[in-house]
Design a protein around this ligand. Structure first.
Ligand SMILES: [Zn+2]
Length: 72
């Protein structure tokens, strides 16, 4: 019983992997084409625009926060 469940889980995992590989290429390309969000002051990578705004307010007060549209 346990073995069968493990096999089933492995199969589902493989299917998910195959699916992500099949559909992942275009996503990767889109990500590579898009500009990554980096802090203009210290070049640190930011997970999102809101994080960048918070980062700049705390680390670089007075520095101009770039427009969100410039990252899209
Ligand atoms: Zn910074």
């Amino acid at each position: 019983m346990v073995r069968g469940a493990a096999k089933q889980q492995a199969r589902e995992k493989n299917q998910k992997l195959a699916a992500s590989k099949a559909g992942g290429v275009s996503q990767l390309k889109a990500r590579a084409a898009g500009l990554p969000i980096v802090c203009p002051s210290c070049k640190g990578p930011m997970a999102g625009y809101k994080i960048l705004v918070q980062h700049m307010e705390s680390k670089h007060p007075g520095a101009a926060v770039p427009d969100e549209a410039s990252f899209k």
